[in-house]
Design a protein around this ligand. Structure first.
Ligand SMILES: Cc1cc2nc3c(=O)[nH]c(=O)nc-3n(C[C@H](O)[C@H](O)[C@H](O)COP(=O)(O)O)c2cc1C
Length: 166
């Protein structure tokens, strides 16, 4: 019964902000009447029960987190059988300039090379350096990131409304 199958929303998150974005996407899909599981990529062993899969990751030093890339690699064959959507949560290169667009695209390029998605989105995330390890605090300072929660819940919900519609 393909019609009744669930959607999986799976994510990799270092400090929790991407996990909360995943929860918001799942809640919005539920509001649309979908049956949804939301899980960390490290807790998913089988994607075959799902009719569609959303995969999201935070960006760290210009890349998706390794467990998220590993997930797409490990499940590539099964994922190629269903519609897939990627979301990326990050703090730099968030404006509409061509340079920023290219930077964002570069974050996702290695993942797209494994499997091209039907949908993709980039969302601004959150920096709360009080949570960070000392090294992470220094690295984010060095890249010019400032503390703040920049998540745009309206943008996140409206993307969730658009994905996997027929
Ligand atoms: C060590 C570190 C490196 C980061 N590197 C980048 C980066 O290269 N580009 C970017 O746009 N954001 C970068 N960020 C910002 C994170 O992607 C952002 O804070 C995100 O919301 C974190 O998600 P999480 O709470 O799920 O871990 C970095 C954050 C940290 C802590």
């Amino acid at each position: 019964m393909g019609e009744s199958k669930k959607i999986l929303v799976t994510y990799a998150s270092r400090y929790g902000s991407t996990a909360e974005v995943a929860q918001a996407i799942a809640a919005q899909l539920c509001a649309r009447g979908e049956d949804v599981d939301v899980r960390s990529v490290t807790d998913v062993t089988d994607v075959s029960p799902y009719r569609a899969v959303v995969v999201g990751s935070a960006v760290r030093m210009g890349q998706w987190l390794a467990p998220a890339v590993k997930f797409v690699k490990a499940h590539r064959d099964a994922l190629s059988q269903v519609p897939v959507a990627y979301f990326t949560v990050h703090m730099l290169a968030v404006d509409d300039s061509e340079a920023s667009r290219q930077k964002r695209a570069a974050y996702l390029a290695p993942v797209r090379a494994i499997l091209a998605p039907r949908h993709e989105a980039f969302f601004t995330g959150k920096i709360d350096s009080r949570q960070f390890t000392l090294l992470d605090r220094l690295m984010t300072k060095a890249t010019g990131s400032v503390d703040g929660d920049q998540r745009n819940w309206q943008a996140i919900r409206s993307w969730a409304d658009q994905i996997f519609v027929n």
